[in-house]
Design a protein around this ligand. Structure first.
Ligand code: CMP
Length: 143
């Protein structure tokens, strides 16, 4: 059975452009429950660890610089089939390829400054929720 939680990050560009409210409104309007949320500054160490699967990619340094350039919102979102449903809502990694109405189409600046992150599998969703929220299962309407 598909999982019920996913992790999102509202990235520094979207926070700086005052898109926290509009993005959260879309998240709620699409049936997600916000189970946990905080506004934080990522340290380089945290960002490098969170994105460690990309550490051999040419965009890695730029990604880390961007993700540590200002505050971010991290949140656990809950819904049936949360990972796939949220990836549908955020759209393609590259905002110029993202469908009309998706969060990245509406709020992203570029493939690097792409407004939001969403977990890519149920397994990673659990890891990513635990990365930011100790005892993340406490924040659940399902468990
Ligand atoms: P995210 O969903 O947070 O996961 C990895 C991030 O790397 C991705 O969003 C983009 O912000 C970034 N990324 C992926 N591909 C590229 C690319 N080709 N150039 C720059 N940044 C990228």
């Amino acid at each position: 059975m598909a999982g019920t939680k996913t992790l999102t990050i509202i990235k520094p560009g979207a926070v700086a452009n005052e898109y926290i409210g509009p993005i959260l409104a879309k998240i709620n309007a699409n049936g997600f429950h916000i189970a946990a949320m905080k506004l934080i500054m990522l340290t380089r160490k945290m960002a490098e660890k969170f994105y460690s699967v990309h550490n051999d990619k040419p965009f890695f340094d730029g990604l880390i610089n961007f993700m540590t350039s200002g505050p971010v919102v991290v949140a656990i979102l809950e819904k049936e089939n949360a990972v796939e449903e949220y990836r549908n809502l955020i759209g393609n990694t590259d905002p110029s390829k993202a469908r009309e109405g998706t969060l990245r189409r509406l709020f992203a600046q570029s493939i690097e400054k792409n407004a939001v992150h969403g977990s890519d599998s149920d397994e990673n969703a659990v890891k990513e929720c635990d990365f930011f929220f100790a005892l993340s299962e406490r924040f659940s309407k399902f468990e």
